[in-house]
Design a binder for this molecule. Structure first.
Ligand SMILES: [Zn+2]
Length: 199
C-alpha cells in the first residue's frame, strides 16, 4: 500500500465514526499526520489501552471493563426484571444518573435508518429477544429518540415484542422532539420513565 492509499484508508476508517462526514474525516487524518502533532501517538496509545481494558458488555452492549463482562448492572441481583431499550450506551449513563430507574438496559447500538442503509438486522435485536426469555423479563421500556428513525424503530420493536409475551411501554416524552434522552436533564428523564405508557 503506498502512502496515499494508507492515508485514504485512515480517512475511510475515521469516516465510519458517528457524526463524521468525508470532509471531517479528511481534516482529522491531516491533523493526525501533521509533523508537529503528537496526536497520532496519543491516539495509538489510547486505542491500545482501551482495547485491552474496556469492552462492550455481552448482554446490554454498554461499556464495561474486560474483567467485568457482563457488566455490573446486568449481573446485579437487585435489578428488576425490566429492560430499558436505548440507542447508545451513553443513554444508559444518562438514565443511571437520575437514580430513578432500577431495571436493566439494552443498547441497540443504532436505530433503523433506511437513509444510512441500517435495517433491523444491524441492531442488537436478536440479543434483546434472547434476554427477554433467559432473564425472565416482564417489561420492555422503549426509550428511543423522538425523530423519525427513533419512531420507526420503536414501532418495529413494539410489534415484534408483542409475540414474546412481554409488556411493552414507551417513555412519556418531556424530552425535546427530534432529540434523544442523552440531551435531556435528569429530572426530565426520570419523569419520562415514571410516566411511561403501555404500547
Ligand atoms: Zn451489561
Amino acid at each position: 500500500m503506498n502512502r496515499h492509499a494508507s492515508f485514504m484508508k485512515l480517512q475511510t476508517v475515521l469516516s465510519k465514526l458517528p457524526g463524521v462526514g468525508r470532509r471531517s474525516a479528511e481534516r482529522m487524518a491531516v491533523k493526525l499526520l501533521a509533523d508537529d502533532s503528537k496526536l497520532l501517538k496519543e491516539l495509538k496509545t489510547a486505542l491500545m489501552v482501551v482495547e485491552e481494558n474496556v469492552c462492550s458488555c455481552n448482554l446490554c452492549g454498554s461499556i464495561t471493563v474486560t474483567t467485568q463482562n457482563p457488566c455490573n448492572i446486568c449481573v446485579s441481583p437487585n435489578r428488576a426484571n425490566k429492560i430499558c431499550v436505548v440507542e447508545d450506551p451513553s443513554d444508559i449513563s444518562s438514565i443511571e444518573e437520575t437514580a430513578g430507574y432500577n431495571g436493566k438496559y439494552h443498547a441497540l447500538l443504532g436505530k433503523i435508518s433506511p437513509m444510512r442503509g441500517e435495517g433491523p438486522q444491524n441492531l442488537r435485536i436478536r440479543q434483546l429477544i434472547d434476554r427477554i426469555h433467559t432473564e425472565n423479563i416482564d417489561e420492555v421500556i422503549l426509550a428511543l429518540s423522538m425523530d423519525m428513525e427513533g419512531e420507526s424503530t420503536a414501532a418495529f420493536l413494539a410489534e415484534l415484542l408483542q409475540k414474546h409475551n412481554v409488556n411493552v411501554s414507551r417513555i412519556a416524552y418531556g424530552v425535546p422532539t427530534g432529540s434523544g434522552i442523552r440531551y435531556a436533564d435528569p429530572l426530565t428523564i426520570a419523569r419520562s420513565i415514571e410516566g411511561r405508557s403501555k404500547v
